[in-house]
Design a binder for this molecule. Structure first.
Ligand SMILES: *Cc1c(COP(=O)(O)O)cnc(C)c1O
Length: 411
C-alpha cells in the first residue's frame, strides 16, 4: 500500500505534497505526520554506518596486567558523537583519546547535564570479544539522558558503535579470567550559555579502561555502616537514573563510614528504614522467612529510588530460573533494616551481598546499625556465602562465554 505521502507526491493531495512551510517546527510536524523518508529538515538519527576512524600515531604500551587500577588507565582512542538540536546526531568518530574542549559556560559544568553507563567487554576462550546485555545499558542510558533533557538515541546503533570501538581497542583486554575492558558511555550537555534550559547541543562519548578482577585474591567480604542521617534517593526523584549528579553527594557519607572503619555505607530510606542500596551497588539479602519457613532471596523493588542494575536483573533472572527449583523464594520487595537485624539475631540471616558490574557480587560480613554490629551469616573463615559464589560463577561463565547464553553478545 502506498503511504499518504507517496500518494500526495504522485497525484492526489497536492497540498500535502508541498506544505506551506511557516517555519521549521511546522515543517517538522508535517514530516513526522506524513513523511516516511528522511528529508532535509529531519533530524539525523544516530547512524553507526557513518563511523569514521582516526588512528593514534602514538600507541600506548600495555601495562602489566597486575598493575591495572580500576578506571585509572585508558586505551588509545575514544568514541565520540556530537548532537545538536538543529541537526540531530552527527557522524560518529573514533579518534585518539584526547582532552575535551568546552567553553567554561557549558551547561554540564553548571547544571549537571551529565549521565553515564558502566559496562564491560570480555575476551572469551576463543579470543572473541563479548558484551554482556548491552541492550540493558542502552535503554538505561536513554532513560537517564531524556530525564535531563539530553537527546535520546537508537540503542542498537550505539551498541554497534561500542562493539566496533571495543574490538578496535581489544589489544587492551588482557587474556585472563576476571580481566575486561571497562566501557564508560557518557553524555553531556555542551551548550555554552548560563540560561537554565534544555541543552541545544550535547556530546556522547565512550572511553575504555582495561580492568582486572575486583577481588584478585578471591572474595573479601566487606563491612557496611547503615546510613540513617542522609538519603541517596527519594520517591519521584532521579535515584533510578545514572546521573552524575547522584554520585557526588554520596561521597561524604561514604567518607564518614570509612572514618569509622566501614568500607561502604548502606542507604536506608524513610521512617521504616528500608534497606535500599549499598554504595553504588544493589543489595541482596538471603533469609529464612519466618512465616513461610522457606529460604528467600530479597532485593528492593524498583520503586524509583533504586538503580535498575543490570547485574541485579541478572541475579534475579538466574535466581528465578535456578534457585526456585531448589525451593527458594525470590522477591523484589521492601525489607526493613530492623527485620534484617531480627533475622540475624534469630539465626535466619543466611547471607548479604551487593551486586554491580565492577565486582558482579560483593559479599557483606557485617552491618553497623544503631550502635550494634549485625552479623550477615558468614562464618569467620568464610569470605562469601553460597549464593554469592554461585551467582558470580554463573554470571562470569556467561560473560566469558563458557556458557552460551542469549545475554552474551559476541562482537
Ligand atoms: C551502576 C549502579 C548500580 C549497578 O548497576 P549495574 O548495571 O549492575 O552495574 C547499582 N546502584 C547504583 C547506584 C549504580 O550507580
Amino acid at each position: 500500500m502506498k503511504s499518504i505521502q507517496q500518494l500526495a507526491r504522485s497525484r492526489a493531495l497536492p497540498s500535502f505534497a508541498t506544505p506551506r512551510v511557516q517555519n521549521v517546527r511546522a515543517h517538522r510536524l508535517w514530516q513526522r505526520s506524513f513523511s516516511s523518508t528522511p528529508a532535509a529538515f529531519e533530524l539525523a538519527r544516530l547512524d553507526a554506518s557513518k563511523l569514521t576512524i582516526k588512528k593514534t600515531t602514538t600507541p600506548k604500551e600495555l601495562l602489566p596486567s597486575k598493575d591495572l587500577v580500576f578506571g585509572a588507565n585508558f586505551t588509545d582512542h575514544m568514541l565520540s558523537v556530537e548532537w545538536t538540536a538543529k541537526d540531530g546526531w552527527h557522524a560518529p568518530q573514533i579518534v585518539p583519546y584526547q582532552k575535551l574542549q568546552l567553553d567554561p559556560s557549558a551547561c554540564v559544568f553548571h547544571y549537571a547535564f551529565e549521565c553515564f553507563e558502566g559496562m564491560k567487554a570480555y575476551r572469551d576462550a576463543k579470543g572473541q570479544v563479548r558484551l554482556f546485555r548491552p541492550d540493558k545499558n542502552m535503554s538505561r542510558l536513554n532513560k537517564s539522558s531524556t530525564r535531563i533533557a539530553l537527546p535520546s538515541f537508537d540503542g542498537d546503533e550505539l551498541t554497534k558503535l561500542i562493539g566496533q570501538f571495543a574490538k578496535f581497542e581489544s589489544r587492551f583486554i588482557p587474556d585472563a579470567r576476571g580481566y575486561a575492558l571497562y566501557l564508560r558511555p557518557t553524555m553531556i550537555g555542551t551548550q555554552s550559555t548560563l540560561g537554565v534550559g534544555p541543552p541545544g547541543s550535547a556530546l556522547l562519548f565512550v572511553i575504555a579502561s582495561p580492568v582486572g578482577p575486583y577481588y584478585p585474591t578471591g572474595f573479601k567480604a566487606i563491612s557496611l555502616e547503615a546510613t540513617d542521617y542522609a538519603v541517596r534517593a527519594w520517591p519521584g526523584g532521579v535515584g533510578d537514573k545514572k546521573l552524575g549528579a547522584n554520585y557526588a553527594p554520596c561521597i561524604v557519607p561514604q567518607q564518614q563510614a570509612a572514618s569509622r572503619g566501614f568500607q561502604q555505607n548502606l542507604w536506608l530510606f524513610g521512617e521504616e528504614e528500608y534497606v535500599t542500596e549499598v554504595g553504588t551497588m544493589n543489595l541482596f539479602i538471603a533469609i529464612k522467612n519466618k512465616e513461610t519457613g522457606k529460604k528467600e532471596l530479597i532485593t528492593a523493588d524498583l520503586d524509583g529510588t533504586i538503580l535498575e542494575g543490570v547485574t541485579r536483573d541478572s541475579v534475579l533472572g538466574l535466581a528465578r530460573e535456578r534457585l526456585i527449583p531448589q525451593g527458594w523464594d525470590v522477591s523484589e520487595r521492601k525489607i526493613r533494616m530492623s527485620d534484617v537485624a531480627e533475622a540475624a539475631e534469630e539465626g535466619r540471616l543466611l547471607e548479604v551481598f551487593g551486586s554491580g558490574t565492577a565486582a558482579i557480587v560483593s559479599p557483606v560480613r557485617t552491618i553497623s546499625y544503631r550502635g550494634k554490629l549485625v552479623n550477615c551469616g558468614l562464618k569467620e573463615n568464610e569470605e562469601a556465602g553460597e549464593i554469592a559464589l554461585q551467582m558470580k560463577n554463573w554470571i562470569e561463565g556467561i560473560q566469558y562465554g563458557d556458557e552460551e547464553h542469549p545475554w552474551s553478545h559476541v562482537l
